[in-house]
Write a protein that binds this ligand. Structure first.
Ligand code: PHE
Length: 454
């Protein structure tokens, strides 16, 4: 079916509501949950930060997810065309174009970290990672990521997996693989969390997660929590618009959004339960930053009975989580370019996937030969992450909230979100999208200028 033109090309739809929800959960649950959430929680004082994060998810993330879904499903179009359809001859489609750009940028460095995860899965299988002396694990990680060729090869391998899934299309690619991978991921994380909380000495870690110490919050913690809510729920760049565009009209969007954000949050919390009790049980530091899962955890696996088994499970889990998110990142530009230029899915996926892989090479080299190459004082990798996560996603989220709240007619928006006009919940959602979310996001963006943190 690769050569049919758009006139005859039938737009695919998710086969079942469960298939759609698993795909969206697959998008949301990623490196953000398993790699980033635990270390930013560790750096921001533990449970008090988690409470702030939960508010950010419920108050801003969930309503904006519903907004993205309704835009996509109402128009059944990609992230750019959907804005053109709802607001013809207005510049709102630039929101979608910014999202497409963000997808290129995020996936370029996301593929690099996912490549590290793939390498660590391999090193767990061979037993290599368990034979490195514990005090050498930091140097082991550091020297791997600063190599020139090897991380790029792992990144390439990962990108090939992503491309192969997306080439399969919505039903036979994305939905089919998520239906298999997401239950696997849930099983793995539950096994690891149970192992961690049953270690002797785990209680200090549980306390860190469950007993809030609000004095541990820094002023920036609120803003970090909000920014991470966007990243973790895959919001602000049209991922959920694109996935929403494959949703049949008879599915209930608020219910789906609630389940998806709930599942994403649950997995993040389970990742915390998998990591912190073990960190405290083995007298490690919870604030090890980005190295937490690549340095601290292997040191723990080395001391655990059947540690190799748990190491394999954990890094497999990390790779799966990254894979289903990367698939959704690639789908945004693939949907846009294949619609716009009438290219086949296969052609478009290979082309865009290759471009993104090449764009990721400087990020991969950022810890090695390109480490002195700085953009605004940051290496290439950190600059790409900062631009996408802290600027493009919140800005995109702000524009989407303003679009649904102020550009669409309130009746249309409420209806497209599957609410009745007089629904209390629907009204609540609408006012949050119209007023609360824009104001709070604006504060996050203001923080970028340093005004709030100086
Ligand atoms: N939500 C993914 C994660 O937590 C990352 C992502 C961001 C995916 C934006 C798609 C779009 O890892």
């Amino acid at each position: 079916d690769g050569n049919v033109t758009s006139q005859t090309k039938q737009r695919e739809q998710w086969g079942t509501q469960v298939g759609f929800m698993l795909a969206a959960i697959g998008s949301a649950v990623g490196l953000g949950n398993i790699w980033k959430f635990p270390y930013i929680t560790g750096e921001n004082g533990g449970s008090a930060f988690i409470i702030v994060y939960l508010f950010a998810i419920a108050l801003i993330g969930l309503p904006i997810m519903l907004s993205e879904f309704l835009i996509g499903r109402k128009t059944q179009m990609n992230a750019v065309s959907s804005f053109k359809e709802l607001a013809p001859n207005k510049p709102w489609y630039l929101t979608g174009l910014m999202g497409v750009a963000a997808a290129f940028i995020i996936l370029s460095f996301y593929g690099v970290v996912a490549g590290w995860a793939l390498n660590y899965t391999f090193e767990s299988l061979t037993g290599k990672i368990l034979s490195v002396a514990p005090e050498e694990l930091g140097a082991h990680f550091g020297s791997f990521i600063s190599e020139t060729y090897s991380p790029i090869l792992w990144q390439l391998l990962f990108m090939l997996l992503v491309i192969l899934i997306v080439v399969g299309g919505i039903n036979k690619g994305i939905e089919k693989w998520n239906k298999f991978l997401m239950p696997t991921l849930a099983l793995l994380i539950v096994i690891i969390a149970i192992r961690s909380v049953t270690l002797s000495g785990a209680s200090a870690g549980l306390e860190f997660l469950l007993k809030p110490d609000f004095s541990a919050l820094k002023p920036t913690s609120f803003l970090i929590a909000l920014g991470h809510a966007f990243f973790s729920l895959s919001l602000g760049m049209g991922t959920m618009i694109t996935y929403g565009s494959y949703v049949p009209k008879d599915q209930n969007l608020p219910k789906a959004a609630l389940w998806i954000s709930g599942a994403d949050t649950l997995i993040a919390l389970l990742a915390g339960l998998a990591i912190f009790p073990a960190v405290f049980a083995f007298n490690m530091e919870p604030n090890a930053g980005p190295g937490l899962v690549f340095i601290t955890l292997p040191a723990i696996f080395q001391q655990l009975p059947a540690g190799q088994f748990f190491a394999i499970l954990f890094f497999l889990l990390l790779t799966i989580a990254a894979l289903t998110s990367a698939v959704s990142l690639l789908e945004v530009p693939v949907a846009y370019f294949s619609d716009k230029f009438n290219w086949s899915r296969k052609q478009t996926t290979w082309l865009i996937g290759t471009i993104i892989f090449v764009m990721g090479i400087p990020s991969s080299l950022s810890s090695g030969v390109m480490k002195d190459f700085k953009i605004f004082g940051k290496n290439f990798f950190d600059a790409a992450d900062f631009l996408a996560s802290n600027i493009l996603l919140p800005l995109g989220g702000l524009l989407i909230a303003l679009f649904v709240g102020w550009v669409m007619k309130s009746k249309d928006a409420v209806e497209a979100a599957d609410y009745e006009e007089k629904d209390t919940l629907g009204r609540l959602w609408y006012y949050v999208v119209k007023f609360v979310a824009p104001v709070l996001i604006f504060l996050v963006l203001l923080n970028l200028t340093g005004i709030l943190t100086k």
